[in-house]
Write a protein that binds this ligand. Structure first.
Ligand SMILES: [Zn+2]
Length: 94
């Protein structure tokens, strides 16, 4: 008890990362480990955030012509933006 190495021991003796544990810090999302209260995050249900995400995708698609499409990946649990998934154009056919 009392180790602060980011691991949590489960009842069956296995270790998992603390942020994946249900006993994670209060407010932390158990799915992605991010804290939904943090202002650094963007959320799917927040119209302003969603607008920024769309703008980001638009900018990216404008700047990188080899990117065919981009998809924002949201946490299934807290709906925070985790990452963008870009699909590149298939240049072989050109
Ligand atoms: Zn989450």
């Amino acid at each position: 008890m009392g180790f602060k190495d980011g691991l949590t021991k489960q009842k069956d003796g296995t270790y998992i990362l603390s942020h994946k544990s249900k006993e994670a810090k209060e407010g932390d999302c158990i799915e992605c480990g991010q804290n939904p209260k943090s202002r650094m995050l963007m959320f799917k249900y927040n119209t302003e955030d969603f607008k920024l995400v769309r703008e980001y995708i638009h900018d990216h698609l404008t700047s990188y012509s080899n990117t065919k499409s981009m998809k924002p990946i949201w946490c299934k649990k807290c709906q925070a933006l985790l990452e963008y998934k870009a699909t590149l154009k298939d240049t072989k056919n050109k």
